[in-house]
Design a protein around this ligand. Sequence first.
Ligand SMILES: [Fe+2]
Length: 469
Amino acid sequence: MKPYPALPYLSGNFAPILAECDADDVIVEGEMPRDLNGALYRTGPNPMFPPLGQSHHWFLGEGMVHALFVEDGRVRYRNRWVRTEQYNAQRKAGRRLYSSGFGLDAGDPSVAGKPRNVANTNIVPHAGKLFALDEGSSPVAMNPETLETVGTSTFDGRYKGPMTAHPKIDAETGEMFFFGYMAAGPATPDIAFNVVDRTGALTRSERFKAPFAAMVHDFAITDRHVVFPIFPATIDVQRIMKGGPLIAWDPDQGSHIGIMARSGSTADIRWFKGPPVYVYHPLNAYSEGDTVVVDLCVYPRVPLFPNADGSRAAPDLGDAPAHLERWTFDLAANTDQFKRDTLDDLATEFPRIDDRWTGLKHRHGYTGAILGEKLPGSPFDTIVHFDLAKGTRETWTPGPGDFVMEPVVAPRGPGEANGYVLTLVYRSAENRSDLVVLDAQNVKAGPIATAKLPVRVPFGFHGNWLAAA
Ligand SMILES: [Fe+2]
């Protein structure tokens, strides 16, 4: 194929790798803990062919999954593209057929009207299955060991719509909660809400209308409530018909946060209103008395998308990073307002907790952060551990030219954040990647063990730890 154009999200460690491989035993520096047994799955965009034109969006590269199997101190590595219909059609054709831009650059006529599925945003184990997810498509099941693609999952035909890349799993019940936006078709404000039980059976499926159609990336659950945040990155048919952008920053619409009792239905959603901001990722949420508390990484404006009139964001706003806030909703008060508190001013993203505390009152949070120079694409140079009970934070920065990815917590024993923090580190001087294992209670001490991966892992989105059975 021809070279990829020198666009920012196709360069450096955003550039795809083109090999799929297996490495049965990689070099480990330090001692990989013997009580760390399982698999770390990571995914991100890895465009399989150059873009059709000069327009390429980071979010639209075909997903590649990287699996790091940790067993008795050893590490195995495997990577595979997700074999979606999009992938298979393009591999057969030997070229790009689907556009990788949000603009009007049409794809090949042979795929006209066929939905895009890049399956590149998250890779989530549940009920013995492994789901490759992007928020616009149905989940794609993969074999957790071989990473072979099994195919589109419809939960026995009970739900055929899109699925968020950020389902939430209640650690106590084992249920997986998820939503899908544009559930009634492109640019509709309809949102589907579904629950899958611990055996993988879909037990609940409802629909509601959001205040407007928008890019809805993530949500939150507590042990008693479900939180649907709608931010003004709108999807407007009228605008699209006039040649405007598909997804755009539309601050006049404000932010709308829907809260529903888990015991109720989507007809009972209560909507709170706030100023226009954007959140890709909540850290976690919990219910306490009559309040619902949500911690989230808040941007002053949606990154990576234009204004509603098609113009680019002013750099001071469009490139502004997110920081951690706590939003408190008082369900006993007769108001549609909520309380906003800044927890920390650091530039942070990719917030994670010990997933066993999903929906419960958490004390510990982990994020990526930028402490050094803000570089193109804003890769994160530091892992942060927030102790929200003490109001303190500790950091680990691997070093100049090194960049971290989302921190994933792998439990070790009982108690919140009793475990390890796993992240991938890109070493730009060597153009290669490592798996780094930190102590979740002492990240500042640096790596307990470092596994030197056989291939570079491009900057991606999300991952999860699946403990060995
Ligand atoms: Fe995400």
